[in-house]
Write a new protein. Sequence first.
Length: 374
Amino acid sequence: MTSEYINPFDQSLSSDELYNLSSGTPVKKDLADGILDVASVGKGAHESFVKDRLESTETKFHDPLKRNKLSLFSDSGKKIEIKAKGKVKVVEANRDVLGTLLATSTNHGKIIDFKKALEYPLTPVPLSLANADGTRRKNDKSDLMKVLLQNSTLDPTDTLDPTSRLPANESVAAYVVDLMALIRTFKTYPNTFEALALKVFSCIPKGYRRVDIVADAYLPQSIKSTERDRRGTAPKIIVRSAQSKLPRDFTGFLSNGENKTRLIDLIQSVLESKRETILGSLKSEVVYFSSYQKCTLVTKEGTAEVPELTTEQEEADTKVILHAQYVLRNNDSGTIIIRSHSGDIDIAILALSHFIDDGARVVLDTNTSTYRKT
């Protein structure tokens, strides 16, 4: 079930949105209100029927019933319109059409050649790529991780703590972490953005000489826009400073790209303003903080831009690879730990591709809790 439908109890879903369980797409507010009002519409129709036809003779019992126009999830689908003979018609996916065509053709003595008919698309969008309502079909990429582990030397029955396989701190050249994946593991949030930033740094393991914090970029025009819309959107919130209080619906706050960009900037500002305290707490010599088109080197003495790590890449998945390659080029020894709290399979695939000759020096520490693997 969970491979075909979203989990309606998933805490990452916004409590203010109504979701289609099949496609996982939130519907617009006016349509959601209509769908949620279906029960009251039916109750009103029942009360009207009893009053007008049973309790009085105002309307004859057998008179036709007025059909109610109800809002349905199917109304949220993307419609494709075509013009035929001067009229605009809506092309839609309907599983009953094929049966109707077969019955009609049989009645007229011209049976459809299905072998020929099925050579052509029967839906507005390919169902292998999209749902019937036009939204992109989402596959369960995490299954690929299971396949990779089946072909690895890792014993699936091994009950050792995954952190016990990590190399000793003094042998690690860099610890690279996906910022937003780390934040999404938080169960509770402090009161202010500054406190949240400090919580982020407190969750990074101590004792690594170098820590690379890599953040996603959120652009208005992006290939990821469809996926972000599927997860739900939220309005932009103006955050004046790191001392501002977190919004009550922080999960909803993270549904807006501009909000996340502002959050990343605030975390970096806290790092730079409190660099001596944070570096001392991490027991690290340097921190590299990577955001969109900017990478900043932070030491106790100050900050500096790092042109070699400046990139327009959106995804932290690819940026962590860039940072790991940079460390390999500039260090003849030492291991690199790539920490992905989300367990994103994309990072694992990219790491296999780029570090096939340096696999002994790159460790992928992925996922959390009982699903954590190294």
